[in-house]
Design a protein. Structure first.
Length: 379
């Protein structure tokens, strides 16, 4: 099943005598196209200049024995979709390729799974793990990270703030267990050697989960309050120790990009240009699943007189009443990762926990900035 509903395409008849005029009339825009042959599998492609690409593919050249000439003779129809952004192109191409080539779409799209840091809570003695999948068993999973190195660094530094185990084995706890160097350095509670009970270890795990859920904000607040209290009591040595610990927590939190959060709460809206003149597209993601986009057209003068803040609130509330959770979630997050961390990112990301927490003022400002960079209607 495709990630999103695929919009209706525009269709060209390669044998229509008006084909040159039809291609010339296509707006100068990026887009995705599908060449449907009389026999055989269709071909999917995209271009930053769709009209130029279709002109090269479909209009006759002087060489009647070229490969393109053979392709044209075998064509039944040509379908195309205009796109306004790299994100729209990426999502549409993913949905179409999954539909038309379900056995090889990952290879064709060169889709790489993103990296996550998971707290494996299904283990009797939970630990942190870096992986490029979302565990099916109970685990608090955070991501997506820019790459594996970023996930490894965050996992390693986070482990250093706490005393949970770093070994990956399934523990066979025993007083005779040899332990490891982290236990010898007092950096692990040594559950393998029965140095702590499962309940005591669970208390430390809860602290780790709280750190991951808030990116250390709760821990920072506690440390700042303790540091200030120590200063007021003129215990400057303790205040200095707490300040050093506070700086370490800040440093670990800075290793995490703004897009990183618990996967089940990976909610946000990508704002990009729309394919139409002076239009914008909102691409909602809920719990790591893309929802159908929402378009706003600002080409008509009357659209500028409305309260955009109120219109956004009402439209998004209606649009997301029945959220979708279809398709392969890790692949849909991979599309976000590819776009968000790319050098060619052509839009903004607005994260939120619930729609009531969405920064609508910032979203309105982002739309205004996009519109300022577009030509005026009729221009």
């Amino acid at each position: 099943m495709a990630a999103l509903m695929i919009p209706s395409p525009s269709v060209l008849d390669p044998r229509d005598p008006e084909l040159p005029a039809q291609i010339q009339g296509i707006p100068k825009s990026a887009g995705v196209y599908l060449l449907a042959p009389l026999a055989g599998a269709p071909y999917l492609g995209w271009s930053s200049s769709l009209s130029r690409r279709l002109s090269r593919l479909l209009l006759r050249s002087g060489d009647t024995h070229s490969r393109l000439s053979t392709v044209r003779q075998n064509l039944a129809t040509v379908e195309f979709w205009l796109t306004g952004s790299q994100l729209e192109t990426s999502i549409l191409l993913y949905s179409l390729t999954r539909q038309y080539d379900p056995d090889h779409y990952e290879k064709r799209l060169k889709l790489r799974a993103p990296w996550f840091v998971s707290l494996l809570e299904f283990d009797p003695f939970p630990r942190l793990s870096v992986q490029n999948s979302i565990p099916r068993r109970r685990a608090a999973t955070f991501g997506p990270f820019r790459n594996r190195d970023a996930a490894d660094a965050f996992c390693f530094e986070t482990s250093g703030l706490f005393q949970i185990r770093r070994c990956s084995e399934r523990l066979a706890v025993s007083a005779d267990h040899p332990g490891c160097m982290y236990g010898e350095m007092n950096l692990c509670m040594r559950p393998c050697q029965l140095a702590v009970s499962r309940e005591e270890y669970a208390t430390e795990v809860a602290r780790v989960r709280d750190f991951l859920a808030t990116n250390g904000h709760h821990q920072l607040a506690v440390l700042m309050a303790a540091r200030d209290r120590a200063s007021e009591e003129t215990d400057f040595e303790q205040a200095a120790r707490l300040h050093k610990q506070l700086e370490k927590v800040k440093a670990v939190g800075s290793l995490r990009d703004d897009v990183v959060c618990e996967v089940d709460r990976l909610n946000g809206i990508a704002l990009t240009r729309g394919a139409r003149l002076r239009s914008v597209a909102l691409w909602p993601m809920l719990a790591g699943y893309w929802q159908d986009p929402l378009y706003f057209d600002f080409s008509q003068p009357e659209s500028q007189g409305k309260s955009l803040d109120r219109e956004l609130r009402d439209s998004l509330s209606r649009h997301l009443q029945n959220p979708r959770s279809e398709g392969v979630r890790v692949e849909q997050i991979a599309l976000l990762t590819r776009w968000y961390f790319s050098s060619w990112r052509d839009g903004d990301w607005f994260p939120f926990r619930g729609l009531e927490d969405l920064n609508y003022r910032r979203l309105v400002r982002g739309i205004s900035n996009l519109l300022r960079g577009m030509p005026a209607a009729g221009g």
